[in-house]
Design a protein around this ligand. Structure first.
Ligand code: 5GP
Length: 185
């Protein structure tokens, strides 16, 4: 669907869940902590496209030590609420991750299925260490036993948009996190 009608677009934004100020403060703290923890270590920030691109771009600018940036894209094939399924890597990181301390920078951990599979695949490549930092965590939706090492905000079971997160590819450019309003809601 092409959403060219501004009024329809705006109706999709129900309410702001996390403001720009709150995002900025939490990300600054996270960047400071990473800069302390990884000082003197080869660091790779690895983002899984596309949802985490805004978080990654703000987080990396709060990091004051040398680091590299990498990207991956993955497609998941799961049925219903089952946790078994396949994850296909559609774009792979170019760095040899065995040479780095790797932080996976994720937008949201929902059921946890995609990230737990990607995490295991990356672990097989024997990085110097592997951690997960997620902007958002929806623990009520989890179907696999997987938790990020750091999550900046825990949110209820609501579909959210903005700050990289989309609905039908729209809303990624909102500077805050909002709850999405379904048509007719
Ligand atoms: P899961 O943890 O279920 O395997 O998948 C996580 C992915 O689902 C996220 O990276 C994100 O792309 C998408 N997702 C999960 N919850 C939401 C949400 O509330 N809003 C949006 N826009 N995407 C979500």
């Amino acid at each position: 669907m092409l959403l060219t009608d501004k009024q329809l677009y705006e109706e999709g934004i129900k309410n702001v869940l996390i403001s720009e100020d709150d995002l900025r403060a939490a990300i600054a703290d996270c960047g400071r902590q990473i800069s302390e923890d990884y000082e003197g270590k080869p660091l790779l920030l690895l983002s899984i496209l596309k949802g985490a691109f805004v978080f990654l771009s703000d987080l990396c600018r709060e990091i004051t030590i040398p680091c590299e940036i990498g990207f991956m894209a993955a497609k998941s094939y799961f049925e219903g609420t089952s946790s078994s399924g396949e994850v296909e890597i559609t774009y792979d990181v170019i760095q040899d991750i065995s040479r780095y301390h790797v932080i996976i920078v994720e937008d949201i951990v929902d059921t946890g299925r995609t990230l737990s599979k990607v995490y295991d695949m990356l672990l097989d490549r024997k990085p110097l260490s592997l951690k997960v930092v997620t902007l958002l965590d929806k623990p009520d939706r989890r179907v696999v036993d997987f938790d990020a090492d750091v999550s900046l905000f825990t949110i209820p079971d609501r579909f959210v948009i903005g700050y990289g997160l989309d609905c039908g590819e729209y809303y990624r450019n909102l500077p805050y996190i909002a709850e999405y309003k379904q048509r007719g809601e």
